[in-house]
Design a protein around this ligand. Structure first.
Ligand code: FAD
Length: 336
């Protein structure tokens, strides 16, 4: 049994930064993540994408942000169980919790912080045949883990959200030929990114195909062709080394749905914004997994939620102690 003050479910950016806020208040954390590495969406979906809205960093690469967060929490010696999914949560008589994973690991904690983001990652796949045949390095990828994979290759991206726009822009400078196929005429993603994509198309740097749908893929062991239906219902063919359908991740809450938490229709955990507590005393939810009026799914919002939430968690970890708020410059960042 792993003993800790706080068990954090999810080692994405928000879970990682919460360790820092807990550490300042001398609370120990153990993090569990279903993925084999820390960093959540940043490491899994867009490690090489620049992020422009982290305070103090005009631009920072996603993986670099994760590495910096790991460096920042080092003094507090967090412990990790990676590659295991939290399955069960049980309340003990003394109000503490026992958390169990799919591999049988057990963690005993006074507080649980759910920082589970989108839950388990399940990419939405297009409704075309033979996808599985070309998955796992043979031409169909649902994420861009390393853009270098696509250097000098002919790429077809599909989708109209932020991922499709961001990767079209990024790969335009790396790949031999980039085509973006989108079923609509306008994009769901950030207007600024959409404008960049339209400009790249005007400059002839990408091939933008609107009002079109993927119909078929072809190849012999590896992907060779992508077929689509154009706006006139005619079938067209493009040579492609890779097809990257970016239709989003379907939020699969998984076991979290069974923990008696108050969850909305979109599979997000409702919280009280005074301290990001859930309907269960001692369980908090921060980052992309939670919902409240005005919620923005941004990393910086999750950081804020972690800071507020740890002040409240203090009373569960140290019921007899009084907490007075101090700046890190007064208290320092002390290893313990
Ligand atoms: P996540 O990063 O989703 O991490 C949650 C972790 O919890 C995951 O690793 C998951 O494996 C784990 N988990 C879930 N369920 C369990 C379980 N039962 N047991 C164990 N582990 C579990 N935000 C910005 O602020 N700026 C940007 O520029 C930006 N760009 C983006 C670009 C793209 C393409 C995408 C997809 C998102 C972008 N975002 C951006 C959003 C940002 O990535 C999220 O807001 C952020 O990742 C949320 O962090 P999190 O820690 O709450 O969750």
């Amino acid at each position: 049994m792993i003993e800790t003050d706080i068990c954090i479910v999810g080692a994405g950016p928000v879970g990682l930064f919460a360790v820092f806020e807990a550490g300042l208040l001398k609370m120990r954390c153990h993090l569990v993540d279903a993925l084999p590495q820390v960093g959540g969406q940043l490491s899994e979906i867009y490690p090489q994408k620049p992020i422009y809205d982290i305070p103090g960093f005009p631009s920072i690469n996603a993986q670099e942000l994760v590495d910096n967060l790991m460096e920042q929490i080092k003094p507090f010696h967090p412990t990790f169980t990676l590659g295991e999914r939290v399955e069960t949560i049980e309340r003990n008589e003394d109000k503490s919790f026992t958390i169990g994973t799919n591999e049988g690991t057990q963690i005993h904690a006074k507080v649980i912080v759910i920082a589970a983001g989108l839950g388990s990652f399940e990419p939405r796949k297009p409704a075309i045949e033979r996808l599985e045949e070309f998955e796992h390095g043979k031409g169909v990828a649902y994420m861009v883990k390393n853009p270098e994979t696509f250097r000098d290759k002919e790429i077809v991206l599909a989708g109209g959200g932020d991922s499709a726009l961001d990767w079209t822009i990024h790969l335009a400078g790396i790949s031999k030929k980039v085509t973006l196929i989108h079923r609509g005429e306008t994009f769901r993603g950030a207007p600024d990114s959409a404008e960049k994509v339209f400009n790249l198309a005007k400059e002839g740097k990408i091939n933008l195909i609107l009002k079109a749908n993927l119909t078929k893929i072809d190849g012999n062991g590896v992907l060779k062709e992508v077929h689509y239906e154009d706006e006139n219902k005619a079938i067209q063919t493009i040579n492609a080394d890779y097809l990257i359908p970016l239709f989003g991740l379907s939020p699969k809450l998984g076991p979290i749905a069974d923990w008696n938490l108050d969850i909305d229709k979109k599979n997000q955990i409702k919280v009280d914004t005074t301290d990001y507590s859930t309907n269960i005393e001692g369980i908090y939810a921060i980052g992309d997994i939670n919902t409240y009026t005005g919620k923005l799914k941004l990393i910086l919002c999750g950081f804020h939620e972690g800071a507020i939430m740890m002040q409240s968690a203090f009373k569960h970890v140290f019921p007899d102690k009084h907490l007075s708020f101090k700046y890190t410059t007064v208290n320092g960042v002390h290893e313990f």
